[in-house]
Design a protein around this ligand. Structure first.
Ligand code: TRP
Length: 453
């Protein structure tokens, strides 16, 4: 994987995944996707981006009330399940207008033939043909170009890893394909996009539903997560299909999906003990009771938080808004670079003999990054705030390209964790190179200025 020119911080793995806001999370979503994603977001060196794919929801669902309700339920679920929204970047796709803009750029390099081969599209065509309809009957451009929007979601943030279900593997292959074309066409020898890797977690088993098939809304075999409270959980568990062995008869744990469900919410020791009880003849009624208690032990403590969020949509909105702001700190400067790359904008700063950004070409009221040559013939940059205040002077570099790339690499980066040295200066370093040093109380102004240059 090539991360040469990624805007990511070196040594940090950026993990990104999206959740389409067209349904209500059930227990299978929780154990199969939400819980492991939250868990992995706490690992050191992981920079997690989780987002509500609400533009994707419009492709699947034409019911505005359902889309709105699902957004709330999904956001509240992730937060109640323990997502640390200060640590990760948790946002709503439609709050980041750079994503549809990138989607268009990608659309312009994507071969139509590639989209013709998408499984989801082909499945819809097959259904039409089987019914004797026109192949594209009822198929929107949204459905057809769904993979391009997904590629934009991923490439916007140069994610390294994308944890998804098996059904999404082809979309990741397409994302890499599209990224490669774009890099080739517009990179000028440098890669604009990281090629993301798909991450299929083999250890996370898909949870069986009431009937033993994969738990899924389309099979109508789900166990609710928060909806309906403990009562709904209980009545769903009561419907789990079991064999007809009576209490006292030994049960076959390995062939019981009730046991699989239990295991997903139990420690190793608890699972061993439960297996033994089943083999010793525990009745299915008592087994269901035990399963309920096990699930409830994990989900129960989250219920109040979930209910509280659902009762205060403005709290969810605030969290999403803050998340979008954080996401756009990366997306806005990267989008500017992409606009330059495709020729929609003139490069803002060009390192070279002459100072750029000053004199006639300088725009009033906007931050500027000015490159120039010092007396020793080496290259430096000065960063100016929108009001003209000089914020920093870079270290000198022999190679203007290195300097330029280094300066740019700070745009969109979260600088808040940088610590000042004993001299009160914060060192802006990347790949072992120091771009500049600046007073700690100026870091925020530097960050804001960099977002504009
Ligand atoms: N298509 C994904 C799904 O249905 C949701 C999604 C949208 C997504 N954009 C994404 C997943 C980007 C990962 C990365 O599950």
């Amino acid at each position: 994987m090539n991360t040469k020119t990624s805007v990511n911080t070196p040594g940090v793995s950026r993990v990104l995944t999206g959740i389409t806001t067209s349904g209500t999370p059930h227990l299978g979503n929780y154990a199969g996707a939400i819980r492991p994603a939250i868990q992995s977001s706490t690992e050191p060196g992981v920079d997690a981006f989780f987002f509500l794919a609400d533009f994707h929801a419009l492709i699947k669902c034409a019911d505005p009330a359902r889309v709105a309700q699902s957004r709330m339920e999904i956001a509240a679920t992730w937060i109640a399940a323990g997502l640390d929204t200060d640590r990760v970047t948790f946002y709503r796709q439609s709050d980041v207008p750079e994503i549809p803009e990138l989607c268009w750029m990608l659309t312009c390099v994507t071969a139509k033939g590639l989209m013709n081969r998408a499984h989801a599209y082909k499945a819809s065509v097959d259904v039409n043909l089987a019914k004797g309809e026109e192949p594209d009957d009822g198929i929107t451009m949204g459905l057809f170009s769904y993979p391009v929007l997904m590629a934009a979601d991923i490439l916007m943030f140069n994610a390294h890893r994308v944890p998804v279900g098996r059904d999404q593997i082809q979309h990741l292959e397409m994302t890499r394909d599209i990224a490669q074309r774009f890099n080739h066409q517009y990179g000028g020898g440098r890669d604009l996009f990281v090629l993301p890797e798909v991450q299929i977690d083999e250890a996370v088993a898909t949870l069986p539903g009431l009937d033993g098939r994969k738990m899924s809304k389309s099979y109508n075999n789900t166990i609710p997560l928060f909806e309906g409270g403990a009562k709904a959980l209980k009545s769903a568990v009561a419907q789990i299909v079991t064999d007809s062995r009576l209490p006292g008869e030994p049960k076959d744990a390995d062939n019981s999906h009730l046991f699989t469900l239990y295991r997903a919410f139990a420690t190793h020791e608890q699972a061993i003990e439960f297996r033994k009880s089943l083999e010793d003849g525990l009745g299915w009624g008592d087994a269901k009771q035990a399963l309920c208690e096990r699930i409830e032990a994990q989900i129960g403590p989250m219920r109040a938080h979930y209910a509280d969020l659902m009762a205060h949509p403005e709290r969810i909105e605030d969290i999403l808004r803050a998340g979008a702001e954080k996401a756009r700190r990366t997306a806005v400067p990267f989008m500017m670079r992409l606009r330059e790359a495709v020729g929609l904008r003139q490069p803002a700063s060009t390192a070279g003999g002459k100072a750029a950004g000053t004199g006639k070409g300088a725009k009033a009221g906007q931050a500027r990054l000015v490159s120039f040559r010092d007396e020793d013939g080496r290259f430096r940059q000065r960063l100016f705030a929108a009001d003209g205040t000089e914020l920093l002077l870079s270290e000198p570099f022999g190679d203007p390209k290195v300097l330029n790339a280094l300066g740019r690499s700070f745009a969109g980066r979260d600088l808040s964790s940088l610590v000042a040295g004993t001299d009160g200066l914060v060192s802006l370093e990347s790949d072992g190179l120091c771009w500049a040093r600046c007073p700690a109380d100026r870091v925020n102004a530097v960050r804001m200025a960099l977002a504009q240059v």
